[in-house]
Design a protein around this ligand. Structure first.
Ligand code: CTP
Length: 327
């Protein structure tokens, strides 16, 4: 029975640059504090003056946030600080009941609390920040993987004579282990359940779509392809390659995000119904073939989707490196 009780509308803002499962978990908790979640995505200009230039554009950050299953509405170009004017706009125009932020201090350049006003009027609520992941940490992983590539190159160049083969082997097996900068994050079953949509496997007459990939550094291009894939059927199953598979396909410095982190990011996407954590590169019927899609092709159930945008994990990594070289 639909109740006549007023639906509680909550607001959370953020930069959501290089969106990760920590952001997703924050929005999930925010949504649980109300019925409808409105998310303010801070403008490029405001991010520049408060913490330095973002890696992703407003459009990309909006696409990422809108793709999350807990987000009902987005407000583009939100301010970094909850000013009196903006707070009144939230209350009147957007009918917001509570303003929410993580339990980490969010300070303006002058040292004052960006949420002081909302706290003063008793319209502030807090969620728990997710440990062990941040945009800064992800940038760090990208930069140190570049350092590793440079070191490997220098090493193999200086060892052109003699048993260089041997040396290269040790180098690459070291990078496969990922130099120590990869996260050791492991999810609990509870976290996986919290991120799942609980949709049950549909009946035999429905169309189940399977798409696979590395989904490293989850970006706006991923959201778009998952949306297109979901539109082909009734249920979207996503296969996420194991870390070893991604390393073999892309090189020893990949993936940047481990299997569990990549799985949570994909699972947080509203178009995804289920994930296979550690899918094989080949879609097999238990036979080895060099084209990973031979079996589904022969069965007449293979389809390619045009890859959206020029956004790739590598192109985002390049932006970060370019940014880094400026500063
Ligand atoms: N957040 C969180 N856990 C994290 C990172 C962010 O709960 N590991 C929350 C923040 O508390 C905030 C929201 O996500 O309420 C948006 O965060 P954002 O403004 O994008 O930036 P940061 O807090 O600086 O996070 P990061 O360093 O990862 O960019």
């Amino acid at each position: 029975k639909k109740s006549t009780k007023k639906r509680v509308r909550v607001y959370m803002d953020g930069c959501f640059d290089l969106m990760h499962y920590g952001h997703a978990n924050a929005l999930r908790q925010a949504k649980a504090l109300g019925d409808e979640l409105v998310v303010g995505v801070v403008s490029d200009e405001e991010i520049i003056s408060n913490k330095g230039p973002p890696v992703l554009s407003m459009q990309e950050r909006l696409a990422l946030v809108s793709g999350l299953k807990w987000v009902d509405e987005v407000i583009p170009n939100a301010p970094y600080e909850i000013t009196e004017e903006f707070m009144n706009r939230l209350f009147k125009e957007h009918k917001i009941d509570y303003i929410i932020h993580g339990d980490d201090p969010c300070l303006l350049p002058d040292g004052t609390d960006a949420y002081a006003l909302a706290k003063k009027v008793g319209r502030y609520k807090q969620i728990k920040r997710t440990e062990g992941v941040s945009s800064t940490d992800i940038v760090g992983r990208i930069l140190s993987s570049i350092e590793d590539v440079k070191a490997d190159k220098a090493c193999s160049e200086s060892s052109h004579t003699g048993e260089s083969d041997n040396l290269n082997n040790t180098q690459s097996s070291k990078s496969l282990a990922n130099g120590g900068h990869v996260s050791h994050f492991l999810p609990t079953s509870r976290r996986i359940v919290q991120f799942s949509n609980g949709k049950v496997w549909p009946g035999p007459n429905s169309r189940v779509v399977y798409i696979d990939g590395a989904f490293d550094l989850f970006h706006a291009g991923h959201v778009e392809i998952l949306k297109s894939a979901r539109q082909l059927g009734d249920f979207l199953l996503v296969g996420i390659y194991a870390d070893q598979t991604v390393s073999e396909l892309r090189g020893g410095h990949f993936p940047l995000m481990n299997l569990h982190e990549r799985s949570l990011s994909v699972l947080a996407c509203r178009y995804v119904d289920e994930v296979i954590i550690g899918a094989p590169w080949e879609v097999t019927n238990d036979m080895g073939k060099s084209d990973p899609y031979v079996v589904p092709k022969n069965m007449g159930i293979f389809q390619t989707l045009e890859s959206p945008k020029d956004t790739t994990t590598t192109s985002i990594a390049r932006r970060i490196i370019a940014n880094h070289e400026i500063y």
